[in-house]
Every structure is written in structure tokens, then in C-alpha cells.
Design a protein around this ligand. Sequence first.
Ligand SMILES: C[S@@+](CC[C@H](N)C(=O)[O-])C[C@H]1O[C@@H](n2cnc3c(N)ncnc32)[C@H](O)[C@@H]1O
Length: 329
Amino acid sequence: MCVHVHIPVLANEILAYLKPQMGNVIIDSTLGLGGHTKLMLEHGAKVYGLDTDARNLEEAKELLKDYSKKNQIEFIHTNFSEIEDIAQKIVKKEGHIDGILFDLGISSVHVDDSTRGFSFLKDGPLDMRLNPIDELTAATIVNTYSVEDLSQLIYTLGEDHFARRIAYNIDEYRKHIQFTSTLELADFIAGVVHSRNAYYAKRTLVKDQLPGSFIWPEHDRKQMHEWGLRQRRHPATRTFQALRMAVNKELEVLEKGLRGALASVSSKGKIAVISFHSLEDGIVKRIFKEAVLTKQYTLLEKKPISPTNEELKNNPRARSAKLRVIERK
Ligand SMILES: C[S@@+](CC[C@H](N)C(=O)[O-])C[C@H]1O[C@@H](n2cnc3c(N)ncnc32)[C@H](O)[C@@H]1O
């Protein structure tokens, strides 16, 4: 198995707040490649590592096998939306939960593996499911959602000002050709943004010799592909982010996961959440604020914590990371 390397984001801050040590029980609800977990294991804590992606879980098992031999870690294939049920079982066995970590989003493995369909730089199926047994794929959204729903989704989850134009053009294109691949969609969005014209698909698609069949001319697609790559941020970035968040219901599961974590953490236990998107951070902020109002929890910092310049030099991926931490009284 190919073993990837992952630099955990805000690692020093996570250690400083969660203070993992011998006798502590911690749930890492987004185990990924176990970067944060490994640090907590090194400090002596027992960790329950959750991931909805079975493939990442397998890779983490390999990376952390020395700790599983010592029974210091257990791996659970699940969505963190189910954390409350899982935590109940952990409390029955261990008696307490001292820390819960969420490091949201996808891992570099997802982006690197083109067969998962997360990348607009490599060709792959338009999929984007973190858990391949889920039904909804990005292709289903792109090919079947109404123009209004698609536009709304790209605007709210992708915060893309071209949302309406992209959705309208997708709709024109899919009347003739269904989107199946990531590069096809990414190049097409580049064309829509580049043309500065609402009717890109209508102007571009040409009728082929076969009755009723349309094609997107290869030379135009090639030009748009190259133009997209030359932009500082690829024009499809925001649409891809929106599709990924919709496919995996990321905001809904985050809300359920946070409520489950608040209900499960023991007295003096902490919940730390690293988010990379303003909508995610908004949910964390709101739910933590509600929790504080119950007088059972304390926010450890009023403002979210960001990576230091030092960290950003070594790991630009941490750029948009924000950490919030809450403690149960
Ligand atoms: C950013 S990576 C975590 C990286 C990890 N902290 C590390 O240091 O290696 C996020 C991981 O969480 C998983 N994930 C995302 N959403 C999830 C969810 N709702 N439930 C469980 N796992 C999830 C992804 O599959 C991915 O492996």
C-alpha cells in the first residue's frame, strides 16, 4: 500500500488545548492519515479514530500499527454524525472522554487519487463521495438538479459569483451531453467564466453528423483547459468545493456531529474543531455559542485561532484553517 505523508494542521495548538496524556481518552473524529492522532498517542493518550473513508482508515491502520499492537488506538469506520452513539459505547468501556477533535474536509490522498473525482486537475469520474457506499454522487447533482437548485448550491456552498451563469450553461450542455468526468466539467466551467457571456454552451456546442447528437469542439476545450490552468485560482475551484460539500452533506453532518460531541464529552473535557470554510466556521461558532448559553461549557478563546506565519511557511494548506475550542465545566 502506498503510504502518504500528512502534516497535521495547527498541531501545536491542538496539543496545547487537548493536553493528551496517559490515562486520557480522545476521539479523533476525522482520523485521516492519523497526523494529529499520532502526536496524541506519543503523549500517551488512548485514541478512538473515526473516518468515513474506509481507504484512509486502512492507511491509518498501517501507519499506526505499533500503537494498535499496544491497544492504544481503535479504528472505527463511521461518519462522525454518529458520534453520540459511538461515544456512549466508549464511555461504557473507558468511563470518560477527555477530548474530541474534528479536522474537517478532505485529505491530500483524496485529491491525489483521481479515481475519487475530487480533483479538477486530473481526470476521473465525477464522484466526490467520501464514503463510496453513499448514493449521491457529483454527477447526479450536475446532471439532474434543477438550474435553480444548482445555482443556489454553487452560490451558497461555493460562494461563487458566477453561480447562475455556470448553472445555466451546465443545463444547456446536459440537454445534449451528460457530464461524466471531472476534467470535462472543469474545462467547461473555465469556458463559461472565460467567455463572459451567458450563452457559452449554446454558442459552443455544435451538431455532429449523427441525428440529434452534439459535440463540444476539441480545440475549444483544449484552449479553455489551458486558460483555466493559467488562472491564479482555477475557475472551477468553487463549484468543485460546493459539489463536494453537497455530496457529503458536510454542513448537516457537522451540525449533528458537534451536537453529539457536546453531549458526549466528560466534565473538563474539550472539543477542538479545525475548519477551512467560513460556512463551517459559522456553524461551529453558532453551536458553541448556544452551548455556552446553557452555562455548562466555556469557550477557551473568543476568537478563532489561526496558524502562525511559521506554520504557513511549512504548510500552505493550513492557510484558511481556523480552530475553536470549547470545554465542558
Ligand atoms: C483533513 S483530513 C484529517 C487529517 C488528520 N487530522 C491528520 O492529521 O492526518 C479529514 C479526514 O476526515 C474524514 N472525514 C471527513 N468528513 C467526515 C465525516 N463526516 N465523518 C468521518 N470522517 C470524515 C476524511 O475522510 C478525511 O480522512
